[in-house]
Design a binder for this molecule. Structure first.
Ligand code: FYN
Ligand code: ADP
Ligand code: MG
Length: 577
């Protein structure tokens, strides 16, 4: 129990501030990502005084993204703390994104006086935050009395991590923090949450149904999603893949669950295996837009074939996920750890997939890999995405424990297919929404939570959404190396204003900007890299020194396509354009 704020003749007293801190610590939450201001400044000070790590950001959205990815990495809710109305709204994008991605986080925002807010009398930063948060997150709570803080935090933790993880909003009005109560009663009111994310065992008949489908399969495929990465059932997932002999495809953030160089990885034959497979087993992956909803044309350019009509097995903790896009023939509802271990117990019944299937995949893989090798071997001047990312690929091979944060359009798509990951939960990216702005928030939390070095591969546009956090990275002296793929604009830097007017085109930035100087402004290391050798040296030095580093990688401004691999999502241009 932390130092009581005051004492009275009847004994020691505590207050709302300390009860919030004590409740978090009691539940093993020791880090707050946030931004101080009215009414939570003292809370951040007291939390630090009580031994919590308080990481202050420059914008709440980045603090929120940090909390969200901390949740993904640790299976404990990441906490983001903000001020009222605007601070709350800034954090809300991250809360909503966390919910969409199934990352557990708690957004705690201070709020203004209930009496004034509810009568809409115009309080300082007046806003009915609870009502606004509700539709955008998994659960939302407000605490009005100090003696309910324990329950409020316990409910928030349970809601965030149990079942399908997600974002929770906790509204703490200013008046709550200074409410006093007897310290012993306060301590007794706190709850240490027992078994916050209970295992959910799959039904035996659900396992049987899935095994029967796998037995009959001629062209089985396993699809690993970021739910599988989150579950931390790495050894069993690997054993299931290896003992069944079934080829697998990792979704973006599932890369590295098994090393990308694994012989059973079908990543390099993606647009071939999806339509060709006859039984697809999804493990913690949803049939959303990223998988073309389990039907229709798969991603892979104009030659892509349609998929659909295959049998699906889906392992997911959320029963409602089943049949969301296409019929799921064998739903397995439960936590991934329990479901995979139940399947593993039956894996002896399966025979290895037919050689024709494995050979066909191998053939396609070999073709794509050698095409890729050819492209990577080129050394154009100026650099393009491939020649720059070839360096990053080598770096991750040599330093597989490093975390990779990745956002952009081309910077995202090329990195995903070029840079192999070797270990689970090392690749953190734009996720389900394809959101821009996660870069620096994710990087800060990845470094804080793991203590390991982080390399952020950023499009020059994507970086802009959270770029001011380079100050945060320097302030906490974090081992983060930001690499900006600088091609002078969104998608590329070559668009022109068709009117000939003096404004540049909407997608174009200042030419030849020196992003490296931003890092130098705060005492970090800045490098301007115009060749792969300079880029390699810059990253290697950053990993060696663990100093905050920003490398401005000068990329050909003609390199890059509109929206990278997802060009087709842009509405068609009018014929006249
Ligand atoms: C993959 N590939 C490889 C390798 N890995 N070739 C050789 N070697 C290796 N190691 C091939 C793979 O087979 C594909 O070719 C191609 O590279 C691309 O692979 P990827 O990236 O896995 O697959 P694809 O088709 O792009 O995946 C679809 C997707 C993905 C929608 C899941 O694009 C995605 O996650 N996109 C997110 C986009 C996003 O959020 N953008 C932010 C907004 S940008 P083929 O098999 O020949 O097709 C706003 O504008
Ligand atoms: P991807 O984008 O990689 O395909 P998604 O975020 O779409 O991944 O899917 C993740 C899925 O994993 C969600 O449907 C979620 O309910 C599920 N999930 C997350 N954690 C677990 C878990 N521990 N056990 C079972 N399912 C989980
Ligand atoms: Mg760009």
């Amino acid at each position: 129990m932390s130092t009581p704020s005051t004492s009275s003749s009847s004994g020691a007293m505590t207050d709302g501030f300390h009860l919030v801190i004590d409740a978090l610590k009691l539940n093993d939450i020791h880090t707050i990502y946030g931004l101080p201001g009215i009414p939570i400044t003292d809370l951040t000070r007291m939390a630090q005084a009580e031994g919590m790590r308080v990481i202050s950001f420059r914008h709440e959205q980045n603090a929120g993204n940090a909390a969200a990815i901390a949740g993904f990495l640790t299976q404990k809710p990441g906490v983001c703390l903000t001020v009222s109305a605007p601070g709350f709204l800034n954090g809300l994008t991250a809360l909503s994104n966390a919910t969409t991605n199934c990352f557990p986080m708690i957004l705690i925002s201070g709020s203004s006086e209930r009496e004034i807010v509810d009568l809409q009398q115009g309080d300082y930063e007046e806003m009915d935050q609870l009502a606004i948060a509700k539709p955008l997150c998994k659960a939302a709570f407000r605490v009005l009395h100090a003696e309910d803080i324990g329950v409020g935090i316990a409910r928030a933790i349970r809601a965030a991590v149990s079942g399908r993880p997600g974002g929770v909003y906790l509204d703490l009005p200013a008046k709550l923090f200074s409410q006093e109560m007897d310290a012993a009663a306060g301590k007794a009111s706190l709850i240490k949450v027992v078994d916050p994310a209970p295992r959910q065992l799959p039904a035996p008949d659900a396992i049987e149904r899935a095994v029967a489908l796998l037995k009959a399969a001629k062209k089985p495929l396993i699809l690993l999603g970021k739910g599988a990465a989150y579950a931390q059932a790495d050894a069993d997932i690997r054993a299931l893949v290896e003992r069944s002999g079934i080829p697998y495809l990792p979704m973006s953030m599932a890369k590295g669950l098994l090393p990308d160089t694994h012989p059973q990885s079908a990543a390099a034959a993606r647009s071939f295996v999806l339509p060709e497979a006859d039984v697809v087993m999804l493990i913690g992956a949803r049939l959303n837009w990223l998988l073309s909803h389990g039907k229709g044309k798969t991603w892979g350019g104009k030659d892509a074939k349609a998929w659909g009509g295959q049998k699906f097995i889906q392992i997911d903790i959320s029963p409602q996920e089943m049949d969301s896009n296409v019929a799921i023939d064998a739903p397995i509802v439960g936590d991934i750890g329990s479901c995979v271990s139940a399947l593993l117990a039956q894996v002896g019944q399966l025979s290895k997939p037919p050689a024709e299937w494995l050979n066909a995949i191998e053939e396609r893989k070999t073709k794509n890999v050698s095409k890729m090798a050819e492209t990577l071997a080129k050394d154009p001047v100026p650099m393009n995405f491939h020649s720059a990312l070839n360096v990053v690929r080598d770096i991750f091979k040599a330093h597989p424990d490093t975390l990779l944060v990745n956002e952009g359009a081309n910077a995202l798509d090329f990195t995903r297919s070029i840079v192999d990951m070797y270990k689970p939960r090392k690749r953190l990216d734009v996720g389900t929404w394809g959101i821009m702005g996660i870069g620096m928030g994710f990087s800060v939390a990845a470094a804080v939570e793991t203590g390991l070095p982080v390399i952020a591969i950023e499009g020059d546009s994507a970086f802009g959404f959270s770029g001011m956090e380079v100050e945060t990275i320097c302030r906490y002296n974090l081992p983060v190396c930001v690499v900006i793929m600088n091609n002078n604009g969104v998608y590329r830097g070559t668009d022109v204003n068709p009117t000939g007017g003096s404004d540049v085109a909407p997608t174009v930035f200042v030419k030849n900007a020196r992003y490296d100087m931003l890092m130098q402004a705060f005492g970090g290391v800045g490098v301007n890299a115009t060749t792969p050798a300079e880029l390699r040296q810059g990253i290697e030095e950053a990993l060696r020194s663990r100093k905050p580093t920003l490398i401005n990688a000068v990329i050909d401004e003609t390199a890059g396509t509109e929206s990278g691999r997802i060009t087709s999502l842009n509405p068609k241009k009018a014929a006249a354009a």
